[in-house]
Design a protein around this ligand. Structure first.
Ligand code: CTP
Ligand code: MG
Length: 187
């Protein structure tokens, strides 16, 4: 695979992890995941983490992944463009989608412990919390998946492309969320 194709395939396969973060902004609202509770004087997660956002986001990413798997079976995609065969592929996209939202919640937990308010900036953590979550959970579910698709050979260009795209997309989506009135700040 050429570096360019590896970069594109790397982004394609990560979409089930990428989508939840953006979708959560659209789904967000309702009961906060910590039910308003605090720990050591700070909210456990804060009002920016809601159940609707968590499941709406994760299930949107999962649903997109199901469409990807169906397409790859139907049109016989090569291995590098496929999450694998059913049912294993479902575990992979589930791990990516739910891992993404778990990482996002864990990021807010860390921010609150550091005394950073809801929606206030925490550079790197804000952009990459969901990446870490998705990588950790997918590694638990299928240890070799990340290595095969993001480390071996030219696939490393997929990892680089994905890591470069994340902060750009994060910024873009937050500006849209702000304009829609879903977020108080455009970052
Ligand atoms: N959101 C949600 N539930 C989630 C994740 C996100 O409802 N589990 C929605 C919230 O409306 C949130 C917005 O998506 O404000 C943007 O998410 P994020 O930037 O992660 O939250 P912040 O408000 O910045 O809060 P934090 O400081 O905890 O990251
Ligand atoms: Mg934020």
């Amino acid at each position: 695979m050429s570096p360019l194709e590896a970069a594109l395939a790397g982004i394609w396969l990560m979409l089930p992890a990428l989508i939840p973060n953006s979708a959560a902004v659209l789904w967000g609202g309702g009961k906060p995941m910590d039910f308003g509770r605090s720990w050591r004087g700070e909210r456990i997660l804060g009002d920016g983490k809601t159940w609707r956002g968590f499941f709406g986001g994760a299930l949107t990413g999962f649903a997109f992944g199901v469409i990807q798997i169906a397409s790859s079976e139907l049109f016989d995609f090569s291995d590098s463009w496929s999450h694998g065969n059913w049912p294993r592929a479902l575990w992979i996209i589930g791990a990516l989608a739910f891992g993404s939202m778990i990482g996002d919640s864990a990021g807010s937990f860390v921010k609150r412990r550091l005394g950073v308010g809801r929606g206030d900036k925490a550079p790197i953590l804000d952009q990459y919390n969901f990446v870490i979550g998705a990588f950790v959970i997918v590694t638990i579910v299928h240890t070799h998946w990340l290595k095969f698709h993001y480390i071996d050979g030219n696939q490393i260009y997929g990892l680089i492309a994905f890591l470069v795209l994340v902060p750009l997309l994060h910024r873009g989506v937050n500006i849209i969320g702000y304009k829609m009135g879903k977020k108080d700040v455009p970052w």
